[in-house]
Write a new protein. Structure first.
Length: 612
């Protein structure tokens, strides 16, 4: 048996060859390849059989007959082996399987005829014992052919039938009592061998087809993996571009917001100061309109600040017990007048209940929904309702506005998306309110649903799962808020923007404070040295000139002056900056700062001031 035959290359079918797509021809090519692989291993055992058959006839059969038979049998065997070795080194089997199937079948038939001719040539001259041995050798030869030729049964049939026919003929002609019985046994043996070969062929063909299917599946798998890899790389590239674009957008918005907040902060303080200082009706009317413009911009910056807090992850819920009746009365006081300005009806209905919620974030959600309802409703009314639903509380805001098509229900929660404001009219908002609502709702674990049909108004329903707590409701108490007294406070203001510094100076003087104005830490130190004045409160801008920041400045001043109450004012809304501000532990006001908020903070800081 040839050792290298086990590792000989197997004929394969390239996709661009003639038999591509023809399954039966591919299977035939594989069968012939397997047949050739088995035939390459036959020379040694067949040579041994030839030697033994020649030995059986030696001395009983003419020497020339024995040698002639041996030479023909071995010659056919060697010629077939050489042809198969050359054939397996090429791709002819895969290119022309039908042609080579016929040629190999002819070779098998010649081998069967020549090999089997030993029976008529040797059998008559042999004694009975050697006749039996010759018959056994021929049967073994046929049985061995089953193992080597079962891959392609036609080759086995044309080999076995001529061989067996010749041994059967000599037994039929033999003058022996048991000849016919042996003839029947030989016929049965041949039939059984042929059945076995047929069954083995079925197994071979099924295994070849299964291998082709597996190869096809593997090819499809590799192709799919390639497509998925390409899609993943494309998605990764798109994601990277989107993240880069988002970072650029965030940086732009943060920078633009900071630069715009600086003059807006000064404008807010100066407008309020103007309204306080004049009694002229026309001047106060102009001041009122300026104030409304400032409030509009303040709402925009407030929305951007909320988004930045959400992005930075510093917006957290602080849960407490909230009386919804009192909560509704405060909202009603604010929004009934806004609705009346547009000649809209406003209704508020609240079942007595307490909920466990963050009152600030809950108010932010409801206010944004009410702002939208009033802004986009031109006739009719806006209704605010709160009801119990088991342990859940539901707050619904309904309007009689233009409505929202069902296909747009999800999109209204996207940033900067406005269904009824294609011209981007600033009076109708900027498309951030509902985006903030969605993100705060997700943060709190609430649920918000939209019910609306185009032209028939809209209802936004906020559900607070399991938020109701059993407490006795109390009548709403409207707190009376008087202007905080900050007179006499010595306030150190560190601000590198000249306009903002001037506005703070004039505002603080109007409130009876003693302002100490500095542009930087060095200016503050020089001011203390010149005036020997220790401030009661420090208010510093976060972003100062030459890369300095308010946190470091306050820390340096406290190291020199002691624990002076201090707060930060900033126009920066970037996520990184918000995290840094929160980590400082200092109170923070975001520009533009409303005068009443600044005054209240100064009052609170003065109360917390340690004794000298």
């Amino acid at each position: 048996m040839s050792a290298e035959s086990a590792t000989a290359p197997r004929a394969t079918v390239a996709p661009d060859r003639e038999i591509k797509g023809d399954g039966s021809r591919r299977v035939m090519a594989e069968q012939l390849e397997l047949l050739c692989r088995q035939w390459v291993r036959l020379p040694v055992p067949i040579l041994l059989l030839c030697v033994y058959v020649a030995y059986l006839g030696w001395g009983y059969v003419d020497m020339a007959t024995v040698l002639g038979w041996s030479v023909c049998t071995v010659g056919i065997l060697m010629a077939r082996s050489v042809l198969i070795i050359r054939l397996r080194g090429s791709e002819q089997l895969s290119r022309q399987p039908e042609v080579w199937a016929r040629r190999l079948t002819v070779l098998a038939a010649l081998s069967g005829v020549v090999s089997g001719s030993a029976a008529p040539l040797f059998f008559p001259a042999l004694p009975a014992d050697r006749q039996a041995l010759l018959t056994m050798v021929m049967c073994c030869w046929v049985a061995g052919g089953m193992a080597s030729s079962s891959a392609y049964p036609r080759a086995y049939y044309v080999f076995a039938v001529p061989l067996f026919a010749q041994i059967a003929v000599v037994w039929a002609a033999a003058d022996s009592p048991g000849a016919w019985f042996i003839l029947i046994l030989l016929t049965a043996f041949l039939a059984v061998m042929m059945i076995f070969v047929r069954d083995m062929e079925r197994v071979v063909v099924e295994s070849i087809e299964l291998r082709f299917e597996n190869e096809s599946l593997l090819a499809q798998k590799e192709e799919l993996i390639g497509l998925l890899r390409a899609a993943f790389e494309k998605a990764e590239g798109a994601r990277s571009k989107a993240e880069e674009a988002n970072r650029s957008k965030t940086q732009f918005v943060a920078a633009a917001s900071h630069d715009l907040r600086q003059p807006l902060h000064a404008l807010s303080l100066l407008t309020e100061l103007l309204n306080e200082m004049t009694q002229d009706t026309r001047v106060r009317e102009v001041g009122r309109h300026i104030g409304q413009s400032v409030e509009s911009l303040d709402r925009l910056f407030g929305a951007l600040l909320d988004l930045s807090k959400l992005d930075a992850g510093i917006l957290t819920a602080e849960l407490r017990d909230v009386d919804l009746v009192e909560f509704f009365e405060r909202l009603t006081d604010d929004y009934r007048s806004k609705a009346q300005e547009k000649h809209l009806g406003f209704e508020a209905q609240c079942e007595p209940m307490w909920v466990h919620a963050d009152p600030i974030l809950l108010e932010r959600i409801v206010r944004n929904l009410l702002e939208n309802a009033i802004r986009f409703t031109d006739t009719g009314r806006v209704v605010l309702r709160a009801r119990r639903s088991g342990a859940d509380a539901t707050i619904a805001i309904s309007d009689t506005g233009p409505g929202i098509p069902e296909s747009e229900h999800a999109r209204v929660f996207e940033e900067f998306y406005q269904l009824h404001n294609p011209a981007r009219n600033r009076s109708k908002g900027l498309g951030l309110g509902l985006s903030i609502v969605r993100r705060v709702v997700d943060l709190l674990g609430y649920r918000i649903d939209v019910q609306s049909t185009l032209g028939q108004g809209a209802t936004f329903t906020l559900t607070l799962p399991g938020a109701i707590i059993e407490r006795e409701s109390r009548a709403a108490q409207k707190p009376t808020t008087a202007a905080a007294d900050v007179g006499g406070l010595r306030v150190l203001v560190i601000e590198d923007d000249a306009e903002a510094r001037l506005a703070m100076d004039m505002t603080l003087q109007r409130w009876g404070c003693e302002p100490l104005l500095a542009e930087s830490l060095e200016d503050a130190r020089a001011l203390f040295k010149a005036r020997a004045a220790r401030p009661d409160v420090i208010v510093s801008d976060f972003g100062l000139a030459h890369g300095a920041n308010g946190i470091q400045t306050i820390q340096a001043l406290r190291a020199e002056l002691g624990p002076v109450p201090a707060a930060l004012v900033t126009g920066d809304i970037s996520s990184e900056r918000l995290l840094e501000l929160r980590a400082s532990g200092l109170p923070v006001l975001h520009k533009p700062v409303r005068p009443e908020v600044l005054r209240q903070m100064l009052h609170q800081l003065a109360r917390d001031k340690p004794p000298r």
